[in-house]
Design a protein around this ligand. Structure first.
Ligand code: ATP
Ligand code: MG
Length: 878
């Protein structure tokens, strides 16, 4: 085995597969694109689903990548096992309907054992196969693997429900019995068992079946290879490290953490080591996630980030680091990963800012959480219990980020235990809720054999044309069948060329008509999508017969397209204006270009202020008024990047890309359709700015006719207001409104005065009505007042007036009822206290209360019971 740095290992893996004809795919964003079934990219194949399910056929069917991955379900393993992180890189090679088991196994073995490559001792490697997969077994034997190094395991079948599935084969590294945590003869002591000796480093999936909804497994039209090797694990083996952490991928982070802590050192004791490892892992995870545009928040990805940052902060405290520190590890992470991920150091300031403000926020939350915990503990003690409820522990965990263990620790210090079962039950409930929220969307579609087999070339000619005469009909698909002719109903069509734009990059598809050589409409085009091999597939409603190999006239709806392209170019202007105003870190997080409006999502820590919005609007409109010609340049991806073009849609681009250039203002990679001059956009107006959750803001805007219409609507509202206000001019409205407001305030004040006079008067009346109940003089009434404050005012008057021994007052306010009882010294001496009395009558208003001997009050939810309460008081006094 060679000594290599992690950067060299990553590169060697990719280089090896390059020599085997693979294209190196860059590591895609951790945030899944157009995939609502995943919260995070969790493997190499997760970014390649559209190839694997046949939706798109890649130019080169052999791909290889080092893919950033996050697996939150491994969070509890971090620091406890040698081999898990939340963030890791997965090295993989992929075949999309190209090579299969033969090459996959031969190459895996060559890479692992050849002296030219990783150069592992074959004796140290173990293989597992699916018992029924004798092909894989034989192929490993053919490589020279000895039979006693191959294990059959029923678990080696990769199946995620409906969709692609198949057997897999794993490679384990034998770290020796001296590194084991179970005995030599333990039944778990085999590759794939629960042990520390045999480390799974590589999993090779032979994706050959389609798992149907009815439970059957049928052969896939395209058989695929999907492999995953954890970079950290292979590096730990190559660098002879006891766990993934004692490698050059983590040690600099751990050392930097040691420096931040006053007195703790790595490898001194096991518990501290766990904390060091958790911090190192979480530092990497949050750095990369924020770099890819995630922002801490209370839901989804943002919530995961929040938890990771808080967990790291709490582990910092265990190491005696009692201040914000995680953000200081960002440059260390950036430096380690610089060779393959230079963008981390480039974005370091922004990433640090986000982490630091989240750490500060947590410090505040933590003290609030502690207050709540202390309250809960006091409550438990007051109830003479010794158990803190699982619900309370969960609330602390969920809202304040208190790990369960921390709550247990605090509770124990106070002599309490925590109801663990109830806590787990709450946790389970939350997981179910999250699962349900994600829905039952299918993770991968099924391969469409027919569409995948159609290879006829089709050219899009619609960038500068709205119609085309020479469109030969090449394929007709009706009812999932290829046909030569169709007379009616719906069908899908492919032409050798077409002016119809297929939905892509947020821009909607064109609509329009298909005409025959006589100019008659033969079909209506309702939608256009890309077929797996890239052709524009027209979804049409047929009105007259269409025949294969005939020429047709294709005509898009010009008005529709013109509106769409205005909005598309405006989107580019908006994107750049946002960057100018909010900062270069602003990430585009989704975009929709419709004829009537455009929608643009982007990551932002805070709300965009009204002032910033106005500024953004002005910048965009200025570009429109400058009448800038819009140019498009066809070039290769590298040249485009050198020009400084930004990728608006985080999509895979082909070798040839289009760059859309708007003067010196904007330069973006984009395959969409655009105006020829910004002046065509006419006018730009933002109509809404809102949060879509998880740190993503959404701007909705309109252009040209819709923008004018927007202003028109505002104007007609103003006109209506003018009429109501009886002002002649719009500019007079604010003054007029101010005047009305002042008048209203004065009137309100007068009304309040009158009302309180009324109360006084009525109170006077009430206090004059003294009746004799048994030996006591009593004043009792329902007062026409709103609240307790006014009742107390009457009670004060009663005390001054001193004309009865006992006062019982009620008041109602909507659905609420108030009671007040006051007694004089004479009554108290005789044993009648206000507190006692009110306790006995408050149930009549479905309420409770209490107070001092002299004065007590109660609130309840049953105003209808006020009279009963007074009657009850009389009865008691009698
Ligand atoms: P394990 O059983 O060790 O958790 P797995 O079966 O979940 O592994 P796969 O889903 O087959 O792993 O992923 C392929 C490879 O990715 C694994 O062989 C391993 O090298 C790596 N890997 C998986 N999960 C993690 C993780 N949490 N941290 C680091 N590497 C991982
Ligand atoms: Mg796992």
């Amino acid at each position: 085995m060679k000594k290599m740095s992690s950067a060299q290992v990553r590169q060697m893996f990719l280089d090896f597969f390059k020599t085997k004809g693979h294209t190196i795919e860059p590591s895609a964003s951790l945030i899944p694109q157009n995939d609502p079934t995943l919260l995070w990219i969790n493997s190499g194949v997760a970014t390649l689903k559209k190839y694997f399910d046949g939706e798109v056929i890649p130019k080169n069917p052999r791909l290889t990548s080092a893919q950033k991955s996050i697996r939150t379900n491994d969070i509890e393993n971090v620091g406890r096992t040698a081999r898990h992180q939340t963030f890791f890189e997965m090295l993989g090679n992929f075949s999309v309907g190209d090579y299969f088991k033969d090459e996959a196994i031969a190459w895996a073995w060559e890479l692992m054992t050849s002296p030219k490559w990783f150069d592992f001792d074959p004796e140290k490697l173990y293989i597992t196969v699916y018992p029924k997969d004798t092909t894989a077994y034989d192929l490993w034997i053919k490589q020279g693997v000895s039979p006693d190094h191959i294990f059959k395991d029923e678990d080696n079948f990769w199946d995620i429900g409906v969709g692609p599935s198949g057997p897999d084969s794993e490679i384990f590294f034998d770290r020796g019995q001296e590194n084991n945590d179970v005995a030599e003869n333990d039944p778990e002591n085999y590759p794939g068992g629960e042990n520390a000796r045999y480390l799974e480093i590589w999993n090779i999936v032979f994706s050959q079946f389609n798992h149907l909804p009815d439970g059957r497994f049928v052969d896939q039209p395209h058989k695929n290879i999907d492999t995953g090797m954890g970079l950290e694990r292979i590096v730990s083996v190559i660098q002879d490290a006891p766990t993934n952490f004692e490698t050059d991928l983590f040690m600099p982070i751990i050392q930097a953490t040691e420096k931040l802590s006053a007195n703790k050192h790595y490898a001194a004791n096991l518990e501290d080591d766990v904390a060091f490892k958790i911090i190192a892992d979480h530092a990497r995870a949050v750095t990369f996630a924020i770099g890819d545009g995630a922002i801490p928040s209370n839901e989804g990805r943002g919530y995961v980030l929040r938890r990771l940052i808080r967990r790291a902060a709490l582990n910092g405290q265990k190491l005696g680091i009692n201040h914000e520190f995680l953000y200081q590890l960002v440059p260390v992470v950036g430096k380690i990963m610089e060779s393959y991920y230079p963008e981390i150091l480039q974005q370091k300031d922004f990433i640090q800012k986000v982490i630091r403000s989240e750490e500060e926020r947590f410090a505040k939350t933590l003290s609030e959480g502690l207050d709540l915990l202390n309250e809960e503990i006091a409550q438990v003690k007051a109830n003479n219990s010794a158990v803190l409820s699982g619900q309370a522990a969960f609330r602390l965990f969920d809202t304040y980020g208190f790990p369960y263990e921390l709550t247990v620790e605090y509770a124990q210090e106070q002599g309490l235990s925590v109801d663990k079962d109830a806590f787990n039950a709450e946790m389970e409930k939350q997981k179910t809720r999250a699962r349900q929220a994600r829905g039952h969307q299918q993770s991968m579609g099924s391969q469409d054999k027919l569409l995948m087999s159609i290879k006829t070339p089709s050219k899009f000619v619609g960038y500068d044309r709205f119609s085309s005469d020479q469109c030969t009909l090449k394929n007709i698909i009706a009812h999932d069948q290829a046909v030569d002719q169709i007379a009616e109903g719906s069908a899908q069509l492919i032409f050798n060329q077409t002016p119809f734009y297929a939905e892509m990059g947020g821009q909607v598809a064109d609509v329009g008509v298909i005409k025959d050589s006589n100019g008659e409409i033969v079909a209506q085009v309702d939608d256009v999508q890309h077929a797996p091999n890239g052709q524009n597939l027209h979804f049409v409603t047929v009105q007259a017969p269409l025949t294969i190999n005939e020429q047709y006239h294709l005509e898009i709806d010009e008005t529709f397209r013109k509106k769409v392209r205005r909005n598309h170019t405006a989107t580019h202007l908006l994107d750049q204006a946002l960057r100018n105003v909010l900062g270069p870190h602003t990430h585009q997080a989704g975009s929709l270009v419709e004829p009537d409006y455009l929608r643009f999502d982007f990551t932002s820590l805070e709300k965009v202020t009204a002032q910033q919005l106005a500024q953004i609007e002005q910048i965009v409109n200025e570009q429109i008024w400058k009448e800038i010609p819009v140019e498009t340049i066809e070039t290769d991806l590298d040249s485009a990047k050198k020009m400084g073009a930004i990728a608006l849609f985080d999509d895979k681009y082909g070798d040839q890309v289009r760059v859309v250039k708007i003067g010196d203002f904007s330069l973006e990679l984009c395959g969409g359709t655009h105006v020829t001059n910004t002046a065509e956009i006419g006018l730009f107006k933002i109509t809404a700015e809102a949060s879509t959750g998880a740190g993503v803001r959404r701007i909705t805007a309109v252009t040209s006719q819709e923008a004018w219409q927007y202003y028109e609507d505002q104007m007609s509202t103003l006109t209506a207001v003018k009429e109501q206000l009886k002002t002649a001019q719009t500019k007079d409205i604010p003054a007029k409104v101010e005047q009305i407001n002042t008048e209203l305030k004065t009137t309100q004040r007068q009304l309040d005065n009158l009302q309180s006079k009324l109360v006084q008067q009525q109170a006077g009346n009430i206090l004059d009505q003294v009746e004799q109940v048994g030996q006591w003089s009593l004043t009792a009434a329902i007062a026409p007042v709103k609240d307790m404050k006014e009742l107390r005012q009457i009670a004060d008057d009663w005390k001054n007036k001193n004309n009865s021994d006992i006062l019982v007052l009620g008041a109602k306010n909507d659905a609420k009822a108030n009671l007040l009882v006051a007694v004089d010294e004479k009554a108290i001496t005789a044993g009648i206290t206000a507190g006692n009395l009110i306790k006995q009558i408050a149930p009549k208003i479905n309420g409770g209360g209490g107070g001092r001997d002299q004065l007590a009050q109660a609130g309840g939810k049953n105003p209808a019971g006020l009279q009963d309460a007074i009657q009850a008081a009389k009865k008691l006094l009698n």
